[in-house]
Design a protein around this ligand. Structure first.
Ligand code: FES
Ligand code: FES
Length: 159
């Protein structure tokens, strides 16, 4: 099968690419664009390590064909921090709460947290646990990750 042309905007930068119809988004991000913050874990949609935002929606890039996101806006973990390198408040919260150990799950967790807080700025602990239940962390026991996301939810709630 021949390659197809796609145009995607990743972290605010537009790319015109030729991809094989069966090429996965995760491979385009990591190999073609060098955005290795998105992690390859299971490859079968069960760990959440490869989560990115596609048009604002959490998407498993290991299960998504690059050709299927032609015309989309994609945010990877590299696009979460500000352009001057300042970390996003949620990333700061992960550091403050020691929610990072090996770090392999962290990009997916941060992306999931960002998406949740955008939709529900006053998410509760239960909302957060429910939201990240498809993202596996083998190190932290999840409490510190939940606390990090919750601290941003509370910070953005009306007092
Ligand atoms: S690598 Fe995509 S869900 Fe595990
Ligand atoms: S910090 Fe190691 S998998 Fe989550």
């Amino acid at each position: 099968m021949g390659a197809v042309s796609i145009r995607i905007t990743v972290n605010g930068e537009t790319h015109e690419l030729r991809v094989e119809p069966n090429r996965l988004l995760i491979n385009v991000l990591r190999e073609d664009l060098g955005l290795t913050g998105t992690k390859y874990g299971c490859g079968i949609g069960q760990c959440g390590g490869c989560t990115v935002l596609v048009d604002g929606k959490e998407t498993l890039s290991c299960l998504t064909l690059a050709a299927a996101v032609d015309g989309s806006e994609i945010t990877t973990i590299e696009g979460v921090a500000h352009r001057d390198g300042t970390l996003d408040p949620l990333q700061e919260a992960f550091l403050e709460q020691s929610a990072i150990q090996c770090g392999y799950c962290t990009p997916g967790m941060v992306i999931m947290g960002k998406a949740l807080l955008q939709r529900n700025p006053s998410a509760t602990e239960r909302d957060i646990r429910e939201h990240i239940r498809g993202n596996i962390c083998r190190c932290t026991g999840y409490s510190s990750i939940v606390k990090a996301i919750l601290s941003c939810a509370q910070a953005s709630s009306p007092t």
